[in-house]
Write a protein that binds this ligand. Structure first.
Ligand code: IVH
Length: 668
């Protein structure tokens, strides 16, 4: 037997339990920072033992000594080994690589040149054209089964059409585009959470998350760059690319070739300039022999193929002095240390500040005030301090001391859940209130035209804005307001009218505007559509909250924690007293909040058309079956989603049933 035949609910719970227990063991035994009581730990263990008692075969598969004890994902052997690439940073080494090739296959050979995508290698395993597994590289022989997470990537075909081999492995890179990375970090900021350091780590971290909804939020992308196990004839790397393209895989948009190592070198010289316009991060160029017969002839060492090499660019770095460290307070009270640097040019821009993330990071890198630090651009966007030049450390370099009080209100700071970040929990902290108010009025929240940070700061300084409901009381200050520089009656009346209009916003805007940690635009929209009123959201149980798409356990707890706080309840009441009349999105259809999964081929509609029909009625289409799936729509040759839905008891609609349902709503 194998793990995949066990009821998915039990399997998932087991994985979560094993991961949790492992994490708490680490916190307790290695880091000496337990997060839960002995009693809570014993409860986790008892639950694990109960599962093992009911499913004794699972104990063999996942108990001590088995593969799963090393992590939450099952380890599965690749059909053919997944090799890595030899790296070089110099022309001499490239020439040596070519010399070795020439000695074995002769002087005439062509290279394919591709960007080295800064992401994570993934192996896609197809059986009779159906995606059955997605594995990480692991140790090259066995990888971790991250299928559910990889299925969130819409561009990966889950079913191949036409002539396909019975078994096939497609190799490629999972990455996050630089644009998505910036957007995700913006969302993080809105959620009051720390930004991610770089796109590569975010991509590889996301692939291994246990919460599929969260993985979806990370907007992973994929590019196929090769084939693993394959019985068939594809003579060149070029043909592989065309075949993959024909089967619907995202591939590199164009192909570059070089007939000698000199030509390849010329390409590499020009590549850095080109790389700046690529949508993903890249740290070099991959050279591959085009001819697959040559590839086979050359074979591989234990780790690398002898027919390919990666030329990597030294990352752009700069050294400068750390003048001091300041502490920045975020909207949710988290205090982040920020490095104030002597300005320096880095990858074309002037840098004088860099985030230090948290105090663990400072300790790990042993950064001190006065140090010469090495700065690098992470994921081409945010500068980070990668190291300290200890040789240049001045004798009077000062350790960075974590603050004991809030930089704004001077109130006490305490550690938050993950034991690393420091948070000011005061409800009267003026800077937090200012940031919360700016967020409340912002475009993605209550969208009050003209009430941007600058205007809000003036009103804040005047002392007219202390709480969110004060925004709706600004009319009382009209006489004084029109006297202020840069305002006047016309502008002030426009602003007052905009504030008045904001009383009739959709409920989701209000939920987002409250600035509840872990709740952003998308989760606020789903909450509003699901519960239809503010009261219903705050009165919902943890289970009811978690039933909402994109709302996981953390977000649900955060909502309850927010409402448990009497001061927050007072603010909510005060806002309601201002006569807010929140609306529910009128575009909502009868399938609002319902999630559908499509499998197999429909006769009447293409996949896109079916998706459009579902979305027109307010529904959503997901690529993975979960307990939250409303129905699975089954066409011809359904994939393994069908078996998954049967196991989870999800209703299965055949094409006729789907059409009947669509027609029923069309008539209404
Ligand atoms: S081909 C046997 N092509 O780089 C050759 N790899 O450092 C397998 N990578 O594990 C790799 N871009 O994850 C290939 N265009 C590209 C690539 C690429 C990024 C990654 C891949 C590999 C790692 C080796």
């Amino acid at each position: 037997m194998n793990l995949s035949t066990i009821n998915p609910k039990v399997r998932n719970r087991l994985r979560v339990l094993l991961a949790e227990i492992e994490r708490h063991n680490r916190l307790y035994y290695q880091q000496n920072t337990p997060e839960i009581s002995d009693f809570e730990y014993d409860c986790l263990q008892a639950e694990l033992q109960a599962i093992y008692k009911n499913f004794p075969e699972l104990a063999q598969l996942t108990g001590p000594g088995s593969d799963l004890t090393n992590g939450p994902f099952a380890k599965v052997a690749h059909l053919s080994p997944m090799l890595s690439l030899a790296n070089t940073y110099s022309l001499e080494e490239l020439q040596a690589f070519d010399k070795n090739l020439t000695a074995k296959i002769g002087p005439s050979h062509t290279f394919i040149l591709e960007p080295k995508v800064d992401g994570m290698a993934i192996n896609l395993w197809y059986e009779s054209g159906v995606l059955v597994r997605a594995l990480t590289r692991g140790d090259g022989k066995k990888g971790e089964d991250v299928t559910a997470n990889i299925k969130t990537i819409g561009s990966i075909p889950q079913q191949l059409s036409g002539d396909v081999p019975e078994r096939l492995e497609v190799r490629g890179e999972v990455y996050i585009t630089l644009e998505d990375f910036t957007a995700i970090n913006k969302e993080q900021e809105q959620l009051g959470q720390e930004p991610f350091a770089n796109a590569r780590n975010l991509a590889s971290g996301s692939v291994k998350l246990l919460d599929v909804d969260e993985v979806r939020r990370r907007r992973l992308s994929f590019v196929a760059h090769g084939i693993g196990y394959f019985k068939g004839s594809l003579d060149t790397q070029e043909q592989c690319r065309l075949w993959l393209k024909d089967k619907g895989f995202p591939v590199f948009p164009s192909i570059d070739k070089a007939n000698s190592i000199q030509e390849a070198w010329a390409f590499i010289q020009n590549f850095w300039e080109k790389a700046k316009s690529l949508p993903y991060g890249t740290d070099g160029v991959v050279l591959k022999l085009n001819d697959r017969t040559f590839q086979q002839e050359l074979g591989a060492t234990a780790k690398f193929p002898r027919w390919a090499i990666a030329y990597k660019f030294e990352p752009e770095a700069a050294e400068t002095r750390l003048r001091t460290v300041t502490f920045q307070l975020g909207r949710t009270g988290i205090v982040t240390p920020v490095a104030e640097l002597e300005p320096v040019l880095l990858a074309g821009s002037r840098v004088s500040r860099a985030t230090l993330h948290n105090f663990d990071e400072i300790k790990r890198k042993d950064i001190r005030i006065g140090d010469w630090v090495v700065l690098q651009k992470a994921g081409e966007v945010i500068p980070i301090i990668t190291a300290v030049n200890k040789a240049k450390r001045p004798v009077d370099a000062q350790p960075i001391v974590p603050p004991t009080c809030c930089p704004s209100c001077k109130g006490p700071l305490s550690h938050v859940e993950d034991q690393v970040a420091l948070r000011c929990t005061s409800l009267d902290c003026p800077e937090q209130i200012r940031l919360k108010l700016v967020h409340f009025a912002s475009k993605e929240a209550m969208d009050i035209r003209g009430m941007g940070p600058k205007v809000m700061n003036v009103l804040f300084q005047k002392g007219w804005l202390r709480h969110m409901d004060d925004l709706f009381k600004l009319r009382e200050h009209r006489a004084a307001w029109i006297q202020l520089e840069g305002f006047g009656p016309v502008i002030v009346d426009q602003l007052l009218a905009a504030i008045e209009r904001a009383k009739h916003r959709p409920l989701w805007r209000f939920i987002n505007a409250l600035g509840i940690p872990e709740i952003g635009v998308e989760s606020a929209k789903n909450l509003a559509q699901h519960f239809k009123s503010c009261a219903a959201i705050f009165e919902a149980s943890l289970e009811e909250l978690q039933a909402v798409p994109l709302v996981g356990l953390c977000a649900s707890q955060s909502i309850q924690l927010f409402y448990a706080n009497t001061a927050n309840r007072a603010i909510l009441q005060a806002l309601m007293d201002q006569g807010l009349d929140l609306t529910i999105d009128a575009a909502a259809g009868p399938w609002l909040g319902k999630i559908f999964v499509l499998t197999g081929t429909l006769a009447q509609y293409s996949r896109d058309q079916a998706k459009q029909k579902i979305e027109a009625l307010g529904g959503k289409v997901s690529s993975t079956v979960s307990a939250k799936t409303f129905a699975v729509i089954m066409g011809k040759n359904p994939g393994d989603k069908l078996t998954q839905s049967q196991k989870l008891n999800i209703p299965i609609w055949d094409e006729n049933m789907f059409l009947e349902q669509l027609n029923a709503y069309a008539e209404n």
